[in-house]
Structure formats: C-alpha cells, structure tokens
Design a protein around this ligand. Structure first.
Ligand SMILES: Nc1nc2c(c(=O)[nH]1)N[C@H]1C(S)=C(S)[C@@H](COP(=O)(O)O)O[C@H]1N2
Ligand SMILES: [Mo]
Length: 199
C-alpha cells in the first residue's frame, strides 16, 4: 500500500538518529544569546531568560532527512518568528526575504515565507523535555511536515540549524553550509530536491 505521508525516496524509521557535521558544542546558558541582525529595524541579542519566557507553541511534525530517513509524529514545543515579532523583539524591514540560520560551524538558508509558516518552529523542547545536547540544546530551527497540509512548502531537515544562535535576515538568498557543498537551495521534499542539480 502506498503511504501518502512518505515523500519519494524516503524510508520510515521509528528512531530519531543524530546527524550533524562536527561535534556537539557545549553551551553555557548564562553566556548564550540569540542574535538577530540584517534586514531588521534594530539588531538585538536575546538571552536565555527572555527566550524561555516567550509564549510556547506546540507542533507535531513528520521529519524527513536528506539521507532518506523519515520519522513520523514527533512532538515539539518552542516559538515562532511571529512570537518574536509580537513580543517586540523583531521588526523586519520590507526588503527581508530570506533567513539565514547560524550555529557554530553551520548555517542554512530559507525563504522568509517558509520560516514564517506553520511547518517551521524554533524548538526548545522535544517530547516534553528540553532538547538534549546532541539534538541541538538549547535551541534549533526545525522544518517539519504537517501531514495533509499541501498548501505549505516542505523542506528537508538540514534546513533547520541545531544549536541555533543567530538569525540573519536578508534581501538576497545566500547558500549555507550544505548548499555551498552541492545541496539544493530550495530542498523541496515532494519534488525530491536533494542536490543543486535537482533544483
Ligand atoms: N548546527 C547543525 N545543525 C544541523 C546539522 C548540523 O550538522 N549542524 N545537520 C542537519 C541535518 S542534515 C539533519 S538531518 C538534522 C539532524 O537532526 P538530529 O541530529 O536531531 O536528528 O540536523 C540538521 N541541523
Ligand atoms: Mo540530514
């Protein structure tokens, strides 16, 4: 039987593998900041206390890694870009069209429209508990899939940075870590845009 939720070339697994380039950074929450800069009215740095007091958003996502594993019904909580805007921490300039997520030794680009969608979360908790170090503590960008929501643009999991510590807003698209190494700028899961030659 065909599984409508399984994108082309993917395989469903029940584990949540750890995947990254490089080692797991040690994070001291007292020193940690989320920096916001680029096409914004006022660049700023938010400390952990500020982040932890934001209103929480819960999401249930299917996750699809470009290495072909898919994990269904994962439960997350965190905040959205709209939460940062509503709280008064972020005011975008009209030219802002792309978001580059920054982490130690990693970056990744997405259109602002995708980061603003329901299938993207800034996650602080997985399955009711804070992120583990290997899954991105204390904060990760998380693109997921909400089954049945064909109106949303779905992208592979590399388009979310673990250990997220910076959001750069830009008028132009800039390739991130994997995009500079041949992976797709768009990364549309349903079009199987894994590599640059597929889109
Ligand atoms: N900072 C950082 N974020 C990253 C990566 C990475 O190497 N470094 N790898 C990406 C890839 S390819 C995937 S599949 C997911 C893996 O997340 P997980 O280890 O929680 O499964 O993290 C993404 N975010
Ligand atoms: Mo991945």
């Amino acid at each position: 039987m065909s599984d409508q939720r399984l994108p082309p070339g993917q395989k469903r697994i029940d584990k949540f593998p750890v995947l990254q380039f490089g080692s797991v950074p040690a994070v001291d929450l007292a020193q940690w900041r989320l920096r916001l800069w680029g096409a914004v009215q006022t660049p700023c740095e938010l400390d952990w206390e500020t982040i932890s007091r934001l209103p929480k958003t819960e999401r249930i996502f299917d996750l699809h890694c470009v290495t072909r594993w898919s994990n269904y019904d994962t439960r997350w909580s965190g905040f959205t870009l709209q939460t940062l805007i509503d709280a008064g921490y972020l005011s975008l300039l009209p030219e802002a069209r792309f978001v580059i997520q920054h982490a130690p030794g990693y970056s990744v680009n997405l259109p602002l429209s995708v980061v603003m969608s329901e299938n993207f979360l800034f996650a602080t908790h997985y399955d009711g508990t804070p992120l583990t170090p290997e899954h991105g503590f204390p904060l990760r960008g998380l693109p997921g899939v909400i089954p049945g929501r064909d109106d949303l643009q779905d992208v592979y999991l590399w388009k979310g940075a673990k250990w997220l510590h910076g959001l750069e807003f830009s008028a132009e698209d800039h390739p991130g870590y994997w995009e500079r190494r041949g992976y797709s700028m768009q990364a549309d899961i349903w079009k199987e845009q894994r590599y640059a030659e597929n889109a």
